[in-house]
Design a protein around this ligand. Structure first.
Ligand SMILES: [Fe+2]
Length: 283
């Protein structure tokens, strides 16, 4: 744990006091009790992805994001999510960050349980903005020691039956411009097939680069959305805040996430996403 807290950490702590700890005390603890009792849905989606390598047609990716482990999501509830995933037998697990809410506690048991699922095409993590508040190096080390591949502006080639799939991931970047710089640093001349980015704003440039599929989180789908309109929500700083988006032949999926940063979700249930990726004809 860092000895000197950053101003970002202090601001996040203040938000946590204002939006979670305070309101929870006012309700005599019922707010968090109710939030903890809410279920996490398994959302199954088939994504037609024109640029997706045909050799990997039909693979199933478990996309998880935004656990925000801490007061809002205790470790026991995070571990229950792993059981939910294990039953799906995914080919690959992609975690798009914000594992930690504030303080970097030991999330080794979660990572080891995710790795015990043994997805044949790998288990990947990119860090989110909350992961950077306290001790991102510790979090990276815990993940790596658990066998999870941390993609920190880096790529990896996955080989199956002689066919290759390149998976890349960028670290947290707040603006589209910052995402662009990280992407340009990460994506080599051969490109990437699958990009993990906590921030969906990376899709502006990823689409220009013709990246077949981008997976993101960060928005939590606003946590409060209009009924039957998941994309009409409180995440007003994001054009792409929940679900599937297109840019030419590139595709983006934004999950509304497992956790929360305040203890209310309306018309926007917490989720784990099971994505089946189909190589589809362009246009
Ligand atoms: Fe988050």
């Amino acid at each position: 744990m860092s000895s000197k807290r950053s101003s970002r950490y202090r601001r996040a702590k203040l938000r946590h006091l204002l939006f979670t700890v305070g309101p929870n005390r006012l309700t005599g603890g019922r707010l968090l009790d109710r939030h903890h009792a809410a279920g996490i849905v398994t959302r199954r989606i088939e994504i037609e992805c024109p640029l997706w390598p045909r050799a990997f047609d039909g693979i199933r990716i478990a996309h998880i994001s935004d656990f925000h482990i801490g007061d809002l999501l205790p470790m026991e509830k995070a571990m229950a999510v792993v059981e939910q995933l294990a039953n799906e037998r995914p080919d690959m697990i992609c975690n798009t960050g914000d594992v930690i809410d504030l303080d970097c506690i030991d999330v080794g048991p979660l990572f080891r349980a995710l790795q015990a699922i043994e997805p044949p095409l790998g288990n990947y993590l990119v860090l989110g903005n909350h992961d950077e508040l306290d001790d991102p190096d510790r979090l990276r080390n815990i993940a790596t020691a658990s066998g999870i591949t941390v993609l920190d502006d880096s790529t990896i080639r996955v080989v199956r039956n002689g066919d290759e799939l390149t998976v890349g991931g960028i670290e947290w970047a707040r603006t589209p411009q910052a995402c662009r710089s990280r992407l340009d640093r990460t994506v080599g001349p051969d490109g990437v097939d699958l990009l993990l980015s906590h921030n969906p704003k990376a899709f502006d440039h990823a689409g220009e680069l013709g990246i077949p599929l981008v997976l993101s989180g960060h928005t939590h789908g606003g946590q409060i959305a209009r009924k039957d309109r998941p994309d009409a929500n409180l995440a007003i700083a994001h054009r792409r805040s929940a679900g599937l988006y297109e840019h030419g032949d590139s595709r983006l999926f934004v999950t509304v996430g497992v956790g929360a940063w305040f203890p209310i979700r309306m018309n926007c249930p917490a989720e784990v996403a099971i994505l089946t990726i189909r190589s589809a004809p362009a246009g």
